[in-house]
Design a protein. Structure first.
Length: 306
């Protein structure tokens, strides 16, 4: 396998690399990921009005996930015309390598999601043998998938929170969405894999040490994969197999444990502790701390000091 992240996205994933639906005149843009500087995933939440258009090829395939208000949809793809009704929690695939014609007759609220092609290639390299990552995607129309629905709803929460640190979480969503589309909505043949092999002890410990030493930094999948000398897709499998959790959840837990330690053993202001442990603000730390420990940082500090 090639080295980790040979084609990692370096720039913010902008609407110009998509089919541009979010910026059509008939569409009212509610939220967009570009302002949050997401690189692996582009997301836009929109309120649509009826429109008809020929969509050209784009750099990445996308999905249109219906959040609210069912809408009749007509799509012509490779001279095949299809009609259906897109209902809440369903999605349609917007292919990137072929032009298509769409007619939206209702006024649905839609979340448009595009995974960077570099992510698709990395996931395909891990899961499939030598096939182009997007050639095998099935052009679904008005389909329900509970996993994709969950990922879409999570994305919406991130868009509304507007957290400047959400790019890290968006990276994870991008990998999960690409994995789901390729494994359940493509005709690619998966690799035959056995049990997840354990990482060499020194690599695994080096990764865990790297996380603890950089809790205040941007712990993206790229940096963790590079520190361990592993492909990013393998990190997910290793964390699940050996720690029973995701990389994101493990890092969050370590940050909260470090924050608790500092609250108990230092006089630093809570706002400073938040920044030292990788939270974007005191309110961000407070929300996560209360959810995890059932008390706020201030309450915990007062209680520990008697």
């Amino acid at each position: 396998m090639s080295s980790p992240f040979p084609t990692r996205p370096d720039d913010v994933f902008l609407a110009g690399k998509t089919h541009g639906i979010a910026h059509r005149s008939e569409v009212h843009l509610l939220r967009e990921s570009a302002s949050l500087r997401w690189r692996s995933l582009y997301a836009s939440l929109v309120q649509e009005s009826p429109w008809t258009a020929d969509l050209p090829e784009a750099s990445a395939p996308g999905i249109a996930y219906c959040v609210a208000s069912a809408s009749p949809v007509t799509r012509t793809l490779s001279r095949v015309r299809e009609e259906d009704v897109l209902r809440p929690r369903q999605f349609s695939l917007v292919p990137n390598q072929r032009s298509s014609r769409w007619t939206i007759s209702g006024r649905p609220r839609i979340l448009h999601l595009y995974v960077h092609d570099a992510i698709f290639r990395q996931v395909a390299d891990e899961l499939f043998r030598g096939a182009s990552s997007v050639d095998g995607l099935i052009p679904r129309l008005c389909t329900h998938d509970p996993v994709i629905a969950h990922l879409a709803e999570t994305t919406i929460h991130l868009l509304y929170e507007g957290d400047a640190c959400s790019a890290y979480q968006a990276d994870h969503l991008a990998y999960m969405l690409a994995s789901r589309l390729l494994s359940h909505h493509s005709d690619l043949a998966p690799r035959k894999t056995g049990p997840v092999p354990g990482p060499r002890v020194y690599r695994w410990q080096r990764l865990l040490d790297h996380i603890d030493e950089h809790l205040a930094d941007d712990l993206s999948l790229e940096t963790m994969a590079a520190s361990a000398g592993l492909p990013a897709t393998q990190l997910w499998r290793l964390f699940r197999a050996h720690l029973g959790t995701s990389p994101h959840q493990y890092i969050l837990t370590r940050r909260l444990e470090q924050a608790r330690h500092l609250l108990e053993n230092s006089a630093d202001p809570i706002a400073d502790i938040a920044l030292q442990t990788g939270f974007s603000s005191q309110s961000h730390l407070t929300s996560a701390f209360k959810k995890h420990f059932q008390s706020t940082p201030a309450q915990h500090r007062r209680h520990r000091r008697g």
